[in-house]
Write a protein that binds this ligand. Structure first.
Ligand code: PBG
Length: 374
C-alpha cells in the first residue's frame, strides 16, 4: 500500500519524498522550491487518466471552441496576372484555375474577390513588349497601371487592398529582376542602378492607385530607395510590403509561365537567397525593416515555415507568407489525380502557414478557400 500510485500527484508515495530530500540537501529557498514542486505536480497531474486529450476533440463545436488558429477570407491575398487585350482569359497550363486576364476581366475578377471577402489582390503585369531596362514597369500606360486605374473606379477597390508587385523581371527582355551588365559570357546583375528604376516604378504604381507597393526583386537597398522616392512624390502614406526573405526556389517554376518571366540565361541565385539559410533570412528582414518596410512577406511558404515562425517570434510587424505557384500546382496536380482531398488539403496547407505565424497569405487558392470558409 505504501507504494500505491497516487493519481492526484501521479507518483508513488516513495518517490514523493525525493523533492523534500533535494530541498534539504541543496538548501533551496522555500518559495523557489514550492514553485518548482507546483510546476512538477501540475505537469504530473495533467497526465493520463485524469487528462484525456480526446475529450475536447469529441464534437465539432468543441473542436471549434478550442481551435488555436483562425483562417478567414480576409487573411487571403489573390494574385492577378494582367495582360493586354480585351475579354482575354488565357489559362496557365501549369497552374490549373489561374489565368492571364485582360484589364476588363481583372476588374470582374476583383469584384468577385470583393464579394468573397478576400483581403486583397497582388498585381503582376505581362507587358505588350519588353526591353533591357524593363521600362514597362514604370510606363504611364503600363499594364499594371492600367489595371489599377480601372479598379480604382470600381466598387471592389473599397473592399480590397490593391497591392502592386514591384519587380523588373516581367518587363525585361532578359527576364532578370535587375539591370544586366554583360561581359562576354559572364554577366552581373547591377544592383545600384536598378534601385532608381525600381523607385520610379513604385511611384508610378502608387500614382496609378496601388494601396501598397511590394518589391520582390531582392536588390540590396531597394526599400530605402523606394521609401525616399515615394516620400519625395508626396506619397508618404503609401506603405511598403517588402518581400524581405525570398529564396531562390524551384517552386517558382509555374509562375514564370504565368508571368512569362523566366530568366533567358543564368538563374536568380546571385540575388535571391540560398534555401539553406535561416540566419541570413532574419538579417534580410531586419535590414528591410531598418530601411522602412511597413510589412514583410516571406516566400515560398511551405518549405520555409521555420523562417515564418522565427520572424514572427522576433519582429512585431505585420507579416505575410506567399504560398507560391509550385506549392499550388503540386497540390492541384494531386487533386486532379484524386490523390488528395481538395478541400481538406488546401485548408490544411493554409492553416499551417497561419499557425507558423503569418498574418496573411498570398495564395492562388484564395477564391476557392474563401468559398469554403464563407
Ligand atoms: C518576381 C516574382 C516571382 C514570384 C513573385 N514575384 C518570380 C521569381 O522570383 O522568379 C514567384 C511567385 C510564385 O511562384 O507564385 N520577382
Amino acid at each position: 500500500m505504501e507504494r500505491r500510485y497516487d493519481f492526484f500527484t501521479m507518483r508513488s508515495k516513495a518517490r514523493r519524498q525525493v523533492p523534500a530530500k533535494i530541498r534539504a540537501s541543496k538548501g533551496v529557498g522555500k518559495n523557489r522550491f514550492a514553485a518548482k514542486l507546483k510546476k512538477l505536480s501540475y505537469n504530473r497531474r495533467m497526465s493520463f487518466p485524469v487528462t484525456r486529450m480526446r475529450r475536447l476533440r469529441r464534437t465539432e463545436p468543441l473542436r471549434a471552441l478550442v481551435r488555436e488558429t483562425s483562417l478567414d477570407p480576409g487573411d487571403l491575398i489573390y494574385p492577378l496576372f494582367v495582360c493586354p487585350g480585351k475579354a482575354v482569359r488565357h489559362p496557365i497550363v501549369s497552374m490549373p484555375g489561374v489565368f492571364n486576364l485582360s484589364v476588363d476581366e481583372a476588374v470582374a475578377e476583383a469584384e468577385e474577390c470583393a464579394e468573397l471577402g478576400i483581403g486583397g489582390l497582388l498585381f503582376f503585369g505581362l507587358p505588350e513588349s519588353k526591353d533591357e531596362q524593363g521600362s514597362g514597369a514604370w510606363a504611364e500606360d503600363g499594364i499594371v497601371q492600367q489595371a489599377l486605374r480601372a479598379l480604382r473606379k470600381s466598387s471592389a477597390a473599397q473592399k480590397l487592398v490593391l497591392i502592386a508587385d514591384l519587380c523588373l523581371c516581367e518587363y525585361t527582355s532578359h527576364g532578370h529582376c535587375g539591370l544586366v551588365v554583360k561581359d562576354g559570357d559572364s554577366y552581373e546583375i547591377d544592383n545600384d542602378p536598378t534601385l532608381e528604376l525600381l523607385a520610379r516604378a513604385a511611384v508610378s504604381q502608387a500614382r496609378a492607385g496601388a494601396d501598397v507597393i511590394a518589391p520582390s526583386d531582392m536588390m540590396d537597398g531597394r526599400v530605402a530607395a523606394i521609401r525616399r522616392a515615394l516620400d519625395a512624390a508626396q506619397l508618404a502614406q503609401t506603405p511598403i510590403l517588402s518581400y524581405a526573405s525570398k529564396f531562390a526556389s524551384a517552386f517558382y517554376g509555374p509562375f514564370r509561365d504565368a508571368a512569362d518571366s523566366a530568366p533567358q540565361f543564368g538563374d536568380r541565385r546571385s540575388y535571391q537567397m540560398d534555401g539553406a539559410n535561416l540566419r541570413e533570412a532574419l538579417r534580410e528582414i531586419s535590414l528591410d525593416l531598418d530601411e522602412g518596410a511597413d510589412m514583410i512577406l516571406m516566400k515560398p511558404a511551405m518549405p520555409y515555415l521555420d523562417v515564418v515562425r522565427s520572424a514572427r517570434d522576433r519582429y512585431g510587424v505585420p507579416m505575410g507568407a506567399y504560398q507560391v505557384s509550385g506549392e499550388y500546382s503540386m497540390l492541384q496536380a494531386a487533386f486532379e489525380k484524386g490523390w488528395l482531398d481538395r478541400k481538406r488539403a488546401m485548408l490544411e496547407s493554409l492553416v499551417g502557414i497561419r499557425r507558423a505565424g503569418a498574418d496573411f497569405i498570398v495564395t492562388y487558392f484564395a477564391k476557392q478557400a474563401a468559398k469554403l470558409l464563407g
